[in-house]
Ligand binder design. Sequence first.
Ligand SMILES: Nc1ncnc2c1ncn2[C@@H]1O[C@H](COP(=O)(O)OP(=O)(O)OP(=O)(O)O)[C@@H](O)[C@H]1O
Ligand SMILES: [Mg+2]
Length: 238
Amino acid sequence: MSAAEPILTVEGLRCSIAGQQVVEEVTFSVPATGITAVLGRNGVGKTSTLRGILGLIHRRGTVTLAGERIDGMPTHRIVQRGVGYVPEDREIFSKLTVAENLALAERQREPRREFVAELFPDLVQRRDQVAGTLSGGQQQMVSVARALINDNRILLVDEPTKGLAPKIVAEVADALQEASKTVPILLVEQNLEVVRRLAGDAIVIGGGRVVHTGTANEILDDEELTRRLLGVHAEAHS
Ligand SMILES: Nc1ncnc2c1ncn2[C@@H]1O[C@H](COP(=O)(O)OP(=O)(O)OP(=O)(O)O)[C@@H](O)[C@H]1O
Ligand SMILES: [Mg+2]
C-alpha cells in the first residue's frame, strides 16, 4: 500500500443480507490516488463489500473515509461525504435520455459538466438519445459519468467491463484511467487484462474474507496464486 494516508480504510467489515452473512471479515485500505482492484471468484462477496461500505446492506465493522468514520452513517450521508457508486449492471434510467440521466445525478452547485463532456464526447452527441437504446459500452459510460459529475473523494466501481466486446472494454478502461487522475477508484474487475493495465494495488476476496493483498502485477504474475484464488490463468485473458 502507498505510504500516504489512505482515502478509505475498512476494518473487520461484516455484512448480511436477509439475516444471512455474505461478508465474513474484510479488512483493507485504499490509497488516495490511482485504481485499487478487488478480485475474486463469483459470489465471494465483492459486490456486497461495496454495498456494505455504502450502507446499502446491513453491516458491522469500521469504515473510515479521509479520517472520518462513515460506518454509522445512513447511505445518503455517505454519498454526501463523497463516495460515488457505479453499480454492477450499470443501472441507469433506461427510458430517460442521456442528458436526463446526468441531470438527475447532479448534487452539487457546480457539477463537473465540462469535465464529463471532455471525457465522454460521444455522450454529448447523444445527449437526447434514450439511454436504453445505447450500446452496452455507452450505457457504462453514462453510469461512470453519473458518478464523475460530482466531486467525489472515491468511486466504487463494480465490474464495468462485464459483458462488453473487447474493443469497448478498452474504451471503458481508457475512461476509468483518465477519471482516476482526478479521483481514486476502488474497482471490482474480473477482466485481468484490465486489472493489469489499470490497478496499482489489488485485494483478493475469497469466501467473504480478504485472502491476499499486494500489487496487481505481483498477484497476476503469480500463476499458482491466480489459479488458486481466481480460478483462471492470468494469461488466458490476453
Ligand atoms: N439479495 C441477496 N439475497 C441473498 N443472498 C445474496 C443476495 N445477494 C447476494 N447474495 C449472496 O451473497 C454472496 C456474495 O454475493 P456478491 O454479489 O457480493 O458476490 P460477488 O463477489 O459480487 O459475485 P459476482 O462475481 O457474481 O458479482 C453470494 O453467496 C450470494 O449468493
Ligand atoms: Mg458482484
